[in-house]
Ligand binder design. Structure first.
Ligand code: LLP
Length: 415
């Protein structure tokens, strides 16, 4: 669904004008649409129909408690990658029995806590991790449910920083070594083999790498079955892309079709870990133009959001649409570089954007619901933005703007 639309010349989130939010909460502020998040999540859930499945939203994409809470209420599971994300899920009312724990660096403390609250599965990424998990579970006299994250060695054809399924990437276990390690897991006293997991990359706009990975992983499932190791679920990771500019990512139904066709009637529960596709286009970052620098060579609009608030343009050259919150017809449309106040040449939100601008205007940076706030930092001693969730005609402040003093909390002056 399209959550951000122009109504009477004003850009609105659902039914709330963004300028009202800016007025009350200030800028920069992330604004999310409840309806858009819910509809995207349901898109995945419904696409899998009657086939046994669990959508485990990837918390890393946007971990605001209110976002997690509304997904928990829909019955979502969660894919976490740290003890911190686990605590967020619990604080938001998420069900630990629907949590899967991914990531290459789980500490013993994180494992202990996850075992104590009874998560659904650990997605194990190395033999060293497997032995540690077996030891920690033994100390607690518990059995740890495991799935191996295998690396199927397929090229996801996305940005190299977010491609994860090639042998040269740090993620997962080489699929050629997986059988031996499954044998090890099956024989371990405190582990119970439950599934197989893969995740080949993010912002995928083509389903063929997923279909390839699936085929390779199902062949592994069959080889394991022949050895008497039963796999009950297949976790296909996340990765489905969204439209930032002109991409045409597959719809959740097409994605589900590829998965269900690939299974060929196998009795495997499907788990999936979408992040970006659930929240990406459900959020914008609103920012106010501070200065217009209209030089001879280049025009810069200096806004009050920067790379510390939204890192994707600087880090991945990520393109985000930037539109006025109240389009104006009284100035010329010119190509502007939209830049922040941070002291780095790489601090920009967009380049050469055709906009009619005046000082004080509000802009919306679109597709900022995923990997936006969560990647924000305090670089240049800038407090992180506020976050607002809109539901119909109401808006809720779901995270206060960080107070400045919080930035040096825990620091100490010398005697
Ligand atoms: N599962 C695992 C194991 C992952 O590593 C990821 C993302 C996901 C699920 C969710 O993937 P999604 O559905 O969101 O594509 N910061 C980057 C994206 C990094 C993605 C890391 N892993 C960006 O801003 O593009």
């Amino acid at each position: 669904m399209q959550a951000f639309t122009l109504q009477d010349g004003r850009l609105c989130a659902e039914a709330v004008p963004l300028e009202d939010i800016a007025e009350q909460v200030g800028t920069p502020t992330y604004v999310y649409s409840k309806a858009a998040i819910e509809s995207a999540w349901r898109g995945f859930d419904q696409a899998l129909g009657d086939h046994p499945h669990q959508v485990c939203y990837a918390v890393k994409a946007n971990s605001n408690l209110a976002v997690l809470q509304l997904l928990a209420r829909l019955g979502s599971g969660f894919d976490i990658v740290s003890g911190g994300e686990l605590e967020r899920v619990l604080a938001a009312g998420g069900d630990p029995r629907r949590v899967v724990f991914s990531g290459v660096g789980k500490t013993a403390d994180e494992m202990r806590r996850a075992l104590e609250v009874g998560i659904r599965c650990f997605n194990v990424e190395s033999t060293a991790e497997l032995s540690r998990l077996n030891r920690v579970a033994g100390e607690l006299r518990l059995t740890a449910p495991v799935s191996l994250r295998v690396n199927p060695d397929v090229d996801a054809r996305t940005h190299p920083y977010i491609s994860t399924g090639l042998r040269e990437n740090k993620f997962g276990i080489d699929i050629r070594e997986a059988e031996a390690i499954y044998r090890q897991a099956a024989n371990a006293a405190h582990l119970s083999v439950e599934g197989v997991d893969f995740h080949i990359g993010s912002q995928l706009t083509d389903l063929s790498p997923i279909a390839d990975a699936l085929e390779r992983v199902l062949a592994l499932v069959d080889r394991l079955a022949a050895e008497g190791i039963t796999i009950r679920h297949l976790d296909v990771g996340g990765g489905l892309g969204i439209r930032y500019r002109d991409e045409t990512p597959p719809a959740a139904e097409d994605y589900a079709r590829v998965l269900l066709d690939g299974l060929q009637g196998r009795d495997l529960e499907l788990l999936m870990e979408p992040g970006r596709a659930v929240v990406g286009n459900a959020g914008v970052l609103i920012t106010r133009v501070q200065y217009l620098k209209d030089g001879s060579e280049q025009r810069f609009a200096v806004v009050d959001a920067a790379m510390n608030d939204l890192l994707r343009p600087s880090l991945y050259d990520g393109w985000h649409a930037i539109t006025p919150v109240r389009p104006r017809a009284d100035t010329d449309t010119l190509p502007w570089d939209i830049v922040g106040p941070v002291c780095e040449t790489g601090d920009f939100l967009g380049k050469q954007r055709e906009l009619a601008l005046a000082e004080g205007d509000l802009l919306a940076v679109h597709s900022a619901g995923a990997y936006g706030f969560v990647m924000a930092s305090n670089y240049n001693t800038r407090p992180r933005p506020a976050e607002v969730l809109v539901a119909g005609g109401c808006h809720h402040l779901v995270r206060e703007r960080e107070p400045l003093r919080a930035l040096w909390r825990g620091e100490h002056l010398l005697d």
